[in-house]
Design a protein around this ligand. Structure first.
Ligand SMILES: Nc1ncnc2c1ncn2[C@@H]1O[C@H](COP(=O)(O)OP(=O)(O)OP(=O)(O)O)[C@@H](O)[C@H]1O
Length: 230
């Protein structure tokens, strides 16, 4: 079943640039991620973590090799299949990309609108609930400019989670957070894995959270060099 291994990467190679500037960023990467698990990608800057995350998350075209996401092959996938798959995903990025003119609650509601869920009352209830879980119950009506960096990041996390995604792809979601808030976010993702079967793949440089995760995959120079369960 797809959900047993929602992300399966085989023989993945990736290049950037053309001609003399062409540079290989990933070399024969193989990775199977189990459903409901929390996997982190670690490694030095430039080792290919974000490239791998964006390929697995259907945000970049697969050039060579295979990426199966939720049972579907992404290599050569048509854009309507890509769109359908992306609706089942949650994304959390470093630059949290909140809309400056929308409140925290409205930003989180945007995370539901892409899912096409219709009942506005249910949407608002879900958005409020998720923000409250992330400790932002008293900040729902604030604009991003009036939130701290850590609070903005938690709004971005709420937006990614509110649609109950099957897989969450996160790039440094705890970088802007203090230890306690970072641990809260990771524990929440882990709990979603246990309760709802949500799978998380996360790039991180944050050593403080490694003890909380299920699996640590280390990249160096575009290759997986270590794969451990802490
Ligand atoms: N859009 C791009 N154009 C050209 N080269 C790129 C591009 N994106 C990444 N690269 C190159 O691919 C390699 C891997 O980059 P990537 O961002 O995946 O590494 P990373 O491990 O995520 O690094 P960091 O921890 O600094 O975010 C690097 O050599 C980088 O310079």
């Amino acid at each position: 079943m797809a959900e047993d291994v929602p992300v399966e990467v085989s023989g993945l190679n990736h290049w950037f640039g053309r001609g003399e500037a062409r540079k290989q960023a990933l070399f024969d990467v193989n990775l199977k991620v189990s459903g409901g698990s929390l996997t982190v990608l670690v490694g030095p800057s430039g080792s290919g973590k974000t490239t791998l995350l964006t390929l697995a998350g259907c945000l970049r075209d697969v050039q060579e090799g295979s990426v199966r996401l939720l049972g579907q092959e992404l290599k050569g996938a048509q854009s309507d299949l890509q769109r359908t798959l992306r609706r089942r995903l949650g994304f959390i990025f470093q630059a949290h990309n909140l809309h400056g003119s929308l409140t925290a609650l409205q930003n989180v509601l945007m995370g539901l609108q892409v899912h096409g869920r219709s009942d506005p009352q249910m949407q608002t209830k879900a958005a409020r609930h998720t923000l409250t879980l992330l400790g932002l119950g008293d900040r729902m009506d604030y604009l991003p400019d009036n939130l701290s960096g850590g609070q903005k990041q938690r709004v971005a996390v709420a937006r990614a989670l509110v649609g109950n995604p099957d897989v969450v792809f996160a790039d440094e979601p705890t970088a802007a957070l203090d230890r306690e808030s970072g641990a809260t976010v990771v524990q929440m993702l882990k709990r979603l894995g246990q309760v709802r079967g949500t799978t998380t793949v996360m790039v991180t440089h944050d050593n403080r959270i490694l003890e909380l995760v299920d699996r640590i995959v280390t990249l160096e120079d575009g290759r997986i060099v270590n794969d451990t369960a802490p």
